[in-house]
Design a binder for this molecule. Sequence first.
Ligand SMILES: [Zn+2]
Length: 148
Amino acid sequence: MVCSDYEVLITGFVDGELDGEQSQRLMSHLKDCATCRKELERVKIIKKALDMVAIRTPEDEFWDGYWAGIYNRLERNTGWIFLILGAVVLCSGGSLLFLRNVLFADDTPVWVAVGGVFAIIGIIMLLVSLIRERVRINRHERYKDVRR
Ligand SMILES: [Zn+2]
């Protein structure tokens, strides 16, 4: 084998891909050949430089997390908005139907009408407080990720 044949072995050695027999063959050649020892050092340096380029910087990960966080929050907030809108539509529509068809029907007993009105007031209060809670949490979350 001539020196150029060892180039592949040197690259493989640096990448840790040689089997025992191959690296033994390379080692015994390196003992007698300064040219290939130099080549080994050169390939090692190149590999180190490539590794450094390949390593992701902490800033990359910060920005990835940053955008993922914004996306998650956007998604969750949108989910909440739809849920609340749906609940408002269903509750107000249902309440109107309930008022018209049950509470103010001629044959509805008074206690059913009173109970129904209380239930509707309770649902509306719960909805309002749910919306207020979400608005308050959103205002908090906006500053949660700010670095101090
Ligand atoms: Zn050589």
